[in-house]
Design a protein around this ligand. Sequence first.
Ligand code: CP
Ligand code: NVA
Length: 307
Amino acid sequence: MSMPPLSGRDLLSLSDLNTTELSDLLTFAAELKLGKHSPQFPQKVLGLLFRKASTRTRVSFSVAMYQLGGQVLDLHSGVTQVSRGEPTSDTARVLDRYLDVVAIRTFDQSEVQEFADYASMPVINALTDLEHPCQILADLLTIQEEFKSLHGLTLTYLGDGNNVAHSLLIGCALVGMNVHIAGPEGYAPDPAVVTQAQQLMQGDGKVLVTTDPEAAVKDAQVLYTDVWASMGQESEAGQRLPLFQPYQVNEALLAQASEDAIVLHCLPAHRGEEITHDTIEGAASRVWDQAENRMHAQKALLASVLS
Ligand code: CP
Ligand code: NVA
């Protein structure tokens, strides 16, 4: 297929894509992975403006951009005037004069929104407290590789109703996958995002939010988890441990899912907390393919917005 026509577009939320655009992006990413295309963007520069740590997102974006023939500037907030409080609106207008595309990792969604309001180049959300859309591009690519078609599958996410859960809700809805979220009371996803997913849901897919892990995993083809305390919530980690224990992805819970179920984790993982060593290293785990797919999915995204 040809490159999805996303020229100049932002990706602040996965809901910035419609169903066709998301499906086409996944197909294009799969073809890039197979080496069917080699789009080149020499002289184009990607800026990585990160306020939080990152291994996968930073490196996969960088390698993707190098493979596209472009350049990368690693602009962690500590080495820019961002750390001295320069307003986002000023930083955005200045960087817009130098860069061709920017990926931002920060806390507030409003910061990536404000940056996009002031910059004409494509702005990509590389994780905020609200969403992690690039992660879910790779997740859906991984699920598609396994099951060929996404529509009608069931993904169960166990744990905190966080950024990853939010983007999974939107992504699964857009491709017509049932999405179940199970976590302790008080840690459900933002109700506004749940409503948004229900409205975006294609076909007869269903959204289920529950505190019952066993009901949630029944018939699921994909079990997914993430850390119980995200970046910025480290001080709450200890008090969350006993609350989240029933939602641990382990062999006993996996046995209650569909026979062909696979296990995903966005990484980094805390073995013995949200997932056991045996399960992340077990036969159902696809976490390393999932991590690799960050690079292919983001290469497809970069090429499409730069084209
Ligand atoms: N999954 C993910 O976003 O990993 P990093 O925090 O290492 O980028
Ligand atoms: N929810 C996690 C994801 C890390 C990739 C966090 O925000 O820290």
